[in-house]
Design a protein around this ligand. Structure first.
Ligand code: ZN
Length: 134
């Protein structure tokens, strides 16, 4: 299968952006019924994660706790001034894999796929690799 890219534009320095519907639209467009969806973030100051979509407070709690653990201004060596963003990126992940069943992402009821911006606002991209198993 081909590799798809989604353009993601962040509007804040730190932000979790729900990309679930856009990933699902790619699966539907390619007509994949059974398989695996890999969502990959090719950036060193961003990440992808899966977490709750129902209560937006969860997203804010994640951001608040990451900021508490890894403050923007700290005793960092990296001269670019965005060390916290690099560390936050590594604390989460650069990829997630979700099974596809009956043409749908097999996410839990409350789960969504988030692009995690840690050094925005920027124009970013997310790579989506779809593996057909039907
Ligand atoms: Zn940097």
């Amino acid at each position: 299968m081909t590799i798809s890219k989604l353009a993601v534009k962040s509007n804040k320095r730190i932000e979790l952006i729900d990309i679930t519907a856009r990933v699902q639209a790619l699966i539907s467009k390619k007509g994949i019924r059974q398989g695996l969806c890999i969502v990959y973030c090719p950036h060193t100051t961003a990440a992808v994660t899966i977490n709750e979509s129902a209560d937006p407070s969860v997203r804010q709690d994640i951001i608040n706790k990451l900021n508490e653990l890894v403050p923007e201004n700290g005793n960092y060596l990296h001269a670019e001034g965005n060390s916290d963003a690099h560390i936050k990126s590594s604390l989460l992940s650069c990829s997630v894999a979700v099974p596809i069943s009956n043409g749908q992402l097999l996410l839990g009821t409350w789960q969504a796929i988030y692009f995690c911006e840690f050094d925005g606002p920027r124009n970013r991209e997310v790579i989506v690799k779809l593996i057909r198993d039907d």
